[in-house]
Design a protein around this ligand. Structure first.
Ligand code: ACM
Ligand code: ZN
Length: 525
């Protein structure tokens, strides 16, 4: 299915149109080539800051990968070897068309984002070998992403990842055409978002006394973790801007009402038992959650979400909702009297009550809520989105209820699971087995949905929980090259996908990772 055009001239770099994700349309002319030389101009429409930035990205990418110098210049289309422009007619605003003709290379986008994706395609075409001249066969590539939501998650609560690494992570997402970074900021083992009205929260709840070694077998490392390891609001804004320049939206997550032990450790009055609590030093699911019958809890949540909304412009705000046991609520007089007052029959409806109140509060700020699929259990608030992680059933149920859905089932999307069968060949992980091939072969839109219901599947996301991922290098190893497979799931129409063909294109992507210093897993299953 895929045309192979691998040109290896003596002293010249390899150029190939066999890229990842595979564009919807690839047409290579039987003869003719354009010669691109170092010192050429990249033209963009002057006075358009986003297009200038696009041109600068391309220039930087090419210099880094192959050492060729290209100069961005406004309104210079006549003298340019590469022209970036807007105006592509497409129903999909993220579409691009990349043409190589005798006049040069043109990338036309339906938006600045579309041009950006065309640039990501071109840098992959160029490859990694140093060159001051490139011969490119005449060709047309055209693509538009299948899904409007193309996410990657990162858990910075269990382990903290510095701002510089998050920028690098965002660069990796950009290379793969992802457009959503789901940022998990709080959990039982650490609170990492600065809340100015509650200064002790990040300052104290970011610290745990020590951390369990391996898999919760009662052995601890005796090392304090997390002092000062939280993100200031200024740093969050820096991340948001860095991502936005790369056409990536940052969705922050405050996980509630469960996964809150770190917060409870500084505000024990927000729990059903009143504590004391301490920041968790093991992994798992705690029975201690926020008390649904304590009015101060709602004040606390609104304070946190207000500040979160000030910092993060994302329309979508994630409120977690996973793994929140109802055992404390069953025994708590305050929770029980709240249930009575609201006429609720089951504790799961208490979670819905919290979510609905927050939904109204955030809707007034123009925001919509996203929750893990447990949020379906007591009835979902009206406009909320569902992230289906315990398989795809939650996603199916939500789509049938006409809620938008993001598919992220453990079996194909949990990149904290092992990617190789031989567990000795990789660092200790949480378990499971999600190899590249399984990621690639998933179909995020369940066949049992009607055509109308299928429209509610907004996209697909991979998740990187960090209980067992303590360093940037390890995080990259878990992300790559599985993200290459995910990007083709996010971009390519199902009829275009072919695992064997993808596997042939992957080594070239691995070369690019190597050139960029990304620590990918070399073995692929
Ligand atoms: C989850 O993995 N607990 C959403
Ligand atoms: Zn309670």
């Amino acid at each position: 299915m895929c045309l192979t055009w691998l040109f290896a001239f003596a002293g010249q770099a390899q150029v190939s149109y066999d890229i990842i994700p595979l564009p919807q349309h690839v047409e290579v002319a039987p003869k003719g080539e354009f010669t691109l030389v170092s010192g050429s101009v990249i033209a963009y429409p002057a006075s358009q800051a986003g297009m200038q930035r696009n041109a600068e990205f391309l220039s930087d990418y090419v210099r880094t990968a192959i050492g060729m110098q290209l100069t961005p210049k406004g309104n210079a289309a006549k003298s340019a070897a590469i022209t970036l422009k807007l105006g592509l007619k497409s129903e999909n605003r993220e579409a691009y068309e990349l043409k190589v003709t005798k006049k040069g290379i043109t990338i036309e986008g339906a938006s600045e984002a579309g041009v950006f994706y065309g640039i990501q395609a071109l840098r992959k075409v160029f490859g990694t070998e140093a060159a001051d001249t490139l011969r490119l066969p005449y060709a047309t590539l055209a693509d538009a992403p299948r899904f409007p939501y193309r996410g990657v998650h990162i858990d910075c609560a269990r382990h903290f990842f510095p701002v510089d690494f998050l920028k690098r992570y965002i660069d990796i997402l950009a290379l793969h055409g992802c457009n959503q970074l789901h940022w998990h900021l709080t959990d039982d083992q650490g609170w990492r978002f600065e809340v100015k009205a509650l200064p002790d929260l990040a300052k104290k709840a970011s610290i745990r006394e020590e951390t369990v070694v391996g898999r919760n077998l009662g052995i601890y490392d005796g090392q304090e973790y997390g002092r000062g390891l939280y993100y200031t609001q200024e740093q969050c804004r820096e991340i948001v801007q860095y991502a936005a320049e790369r056409h990536i939206n940052v969705i922050p997550e405050i996980d509630l009402p469960g996964h809150m032990v770190a917060a409870l450790s500084v505000m024990p009055e927000l729990g059903c038992t009143g504590g004391p609590y301490k920041v968790w030093t093991i992994w798992g699911v705690s029975e201690d959650v926020l008390c649904a019958g304590t009015p101060k809890v709602m004040d606390f949540l609104k304070t946190v979400l207000s500040e979160l909304a000030d910092v993060f412009p994302s329309e979508l705000i994630h409120i977690g909702g996973d793994e929140s046991p109802r055992t404390r609520w069953q025994q708590c007089p305050k929770c029980q009297s709240k249930m009575k007052a609201l006429g609720l029959k089951h504790e799961s409806e208490l979670q819905t009550y919290i979510n609905k109140e927050l939904e109204v509060f955030m809707a007034a700020k123009g925001r919509r809520l996203v929750g893990w699929d447990e949020t379906l259990e007591g009835g979902l608030s009206e406009n909320a989105l569902v992230m289906s992680w315990r398989g795809i059933q939650g996603g199916i149920q939500a789509a049938r209820l006409h809620h938008q859905v993001i598919m992220t089932p453990t079996g194909t999307c949990y990149f904290d699971y092992y990617q190789l069968k031989n567990q000795d060949a990789q660092p200790l992980g949480i378990g499971g087995y999600v190899p590249v091939s399984r990621v690639y072969e998933q179909e995020p839109v369940p066949a049992e949905l009607t055509d109308e219901e299928k429209k509610y599947i907004l996209g697909v996301q991979c998740n990187l929980w960090s209980e067992y991922i303590g360093s940037p290098q390890h995080m990259e190893f878990m992300l790559l090259p599985r993200l290459a497979a995910m990007s083709e799931v996010q971009w390519a129409q199902p009829q275009r996908k072919n695992l064997a063909d993808f596997m042939k294109r992957l080594p070239r992507m691995q070369q690019l990772y190597k050139k960029l210093g990304y620590k990918a897993c070399g073995k692929v299953e």
